[in-house]
Design a protein around this ligand. Structure first.
Ligand SMILES: [Zn+2]
Length: 517
């Protein structure tokens, strides 16, 4: 009888293992089927990038995007809310028009920089001035009054508008080498000259403004055809615009040749005072361990030179799509699935570090954070972020992922803890297992990261589909794992730069009142 009972128990145990394996296989197949056969990625990308537009912190477009996310989740039966974490300078971009008006007419490719105040309707028309070679800060002080009434050109003239790959393909070896060494020496001279002024490229605009300049013209080339980085202005009252490499170069040469070009800047924008800033948080409640969390993480904000398609539209739609798929095929997860769409990552992980500060109980219950934020490419790198046992659990979860979604992933264990770069670092610093689903490049750094070219057309949907399915499967496995993940930290090695023993990063203090006096 005793033997019979134990055989019965064994059979039951075997059955339940088989049932689990069967369920797991079924659910993973259902995730693939939904992700590949009923993908919503193109529609989500259209609505977020084309229709809503850029998501700079403090802008009305950031708020409409948050509301869009909530409505989108609502359609899928997922509850979501906007959680305020601070305030920011409220600002809205308007029309920018920059034209050369003398000695001939040309409309220029240029745009106002973020948070820059507007000009009046007539705009600002003025001559341009470039920086002379300055021996020291005294020489700078002596020269500075000459910017009065002028628009100051604050970027170096690039010797070429062709990216290096293009030179590599077509130039003779000698001429490519010559161009590079000329460029190196121009850059060295330029840096030395700025340093001689006693200012940095960050704070020199304010000095020009104080000395009576009426505008700032910059060109922050991103080393790719047509690509410029578009950040913030750094002036209080006068217009600051970024001009394409091509137009900036033309103007610069005209100034140097004494042709005295004049440009007209009309830049409309609205100062909207102080506005609240949010994270959008969506949840699919857990059934067995509701206080344990698998967090899908992607910052929601962007710079506003384009529409933030790969920074971080693609991370955003990856997490939205993974959540949609999971709600459909795995609606009752064992652990709570929380999707965090963070605000103001671009100014220093402000939304996610506020969340970490405001919700210690959630951080304590984190099973895993999966963050994506480096462009549209397939996930190819996964680091254990310094968590000693990350290999065990990430390894287990990855094992369940069909080959084609993971065959390019290189893992590093235990790895070292991320100190910035994206929102997983906010959680890592608090000791919560958080990981970065790191993409292959697709020329992210030169062409789309913070540039005027970060638009819908750069999204590679098949890669994003891959990532949404991968994320959904990892999330499912993390929810089902019989064990809570270990937070034990690896002993960190010696930092090669400082020569000191590596320390675990400490949580950063978020900027909760940004862009205000
Ligand atoms: Zn980003």
């Amino acid at each position: 009888m005793k033997k019979l009972l134990s055989i019965l128990a064994l059979t039951l145990l075997l059955c339940s293992t088989i049932v689990t394996a069967q369920t797991q296989k079924d659910i993973i197949e259902a995730i693939e089927k939904e992700g590949n056969g009923n993908s919503q990625l193109e529609q989500l990308a259209y609505e977020l990038m084309d229709l809503n537009g850029p998501r700079l912190v403090g802008t009305p477009e950031m708020k409409t995007a948050h509301d869009w996310a909530i409505n989108t989740y609502k359609k899928w039966g997922i509850s979501a809310e906007n959680q305020q974490w601070g305030t920011w300078k409220g600002w809205q971009r308007g029309i920018t028009h920059v034209d050369m008006v003398s000695p001939r007419i040309a409309s220029l490719h240029a745009t106002q920089l973020a948070w820059n105040p507007s000009t009046d309707n007539k705009g600002v028309t003025a001559s341009l001035i470039t920086l002379p070679i300055l021996a020291d800060s005294l020489a700078f002080v002596k020269w500075l009054p000459s910017v009065k009434g002028k628009i100051v050109m604050v970027s170096m003239l690039q010797p070429t508008g062709r990216p290096d790959e293009n030179w590599e393909e077509y130039a003779t070896k000698e001429s490519f080498e010559k161009m590079k060494s000329e460029r190196d020496s121009l850059e060295k001279i330029w840096r030395q000259n700025i340093s001689n002024t006693g200012y940095t490229s960050r704070n020199i605009n304010a000095a020009f403004e104080k000395a009576g300049a009426v505008g700032i013209a910059q060109s922050r080339w991103s080393e790719g055809f047509g690509a410029n980085k578009i950040f913030s202005a750094g002036t209080e009252k006068i217009p600051a615009v970024d001009i394409s490499l091509e137009d900036y170069g033309m103007l610069y040469r005209m100034v140097e040749h004494g042709a005295n070009p004049q440009i007209k800047i009309v830049a409309e924008s609205k100062d909207l005072g102080k506005v609240p800033t949010f994270n959008t948080i969506a949840t699919i409640p857990g059934t067995e361990f509701p206080d344990e969390y698998v967090i899908l993480s992607a910052h929601f904000d962007s710079w506003d030179g384009a529409t933030g398609a790969t920074d971080n539209g693609t991370g955003t739609i990856t997490m939205l799509e993974a959540a949609r798929i999971l709600k459909k095929v795995y609606p009752n997860p064992k652990r709570t699935i929380l999707i965090g769409h963070w605000g103001s990552e671009e100014q220093g992980l402000n939304g996610s570090s506020s969340f970490v500060q405001d919700h210690p109980e959630i951080v304590a219950g984190v099973q895993a954070v999966l963050n994506q934020d480096n462009g549209t490419g397939r996930v190819v790198n996964l680091s254990g972020q310094g968590f000693l046992h990350a290999y065990d659990y990430l390894g287990r979860w990855l094992e369940a992922v069909p080959e084609k979604y993971k065959n390019e992933i290189e893992t590093t264990f235990p790895g070292s803890p991320g100190r910035g770069g994206s929102d997983y670092a906010s959680f890592v610093a608090a000791g919560a297992p958080a990981f970065s689903l790191s993409s292959l490049s697709w020329d992210y750094w030169n062409y789309t990261w913070h540039t005027n070219l970060d638009t819908y057309d750069k999204i590679v949907f098949d890669d994003v589909r891959n990532n949404a399915i991968l994320t959904a499967i990892l999330t499912y496995m993390a929810c089902e794992d019989p064990e809570k993940t270990s937070r034990e930290k690896a002993v960190l090695g010696i930092n090669p730069r400082s020569g000191e023993k590596g320390e675990w990063p400490t949580p950063r203090t978020p900027e909760r009142n940004g862009g205000q006096e």
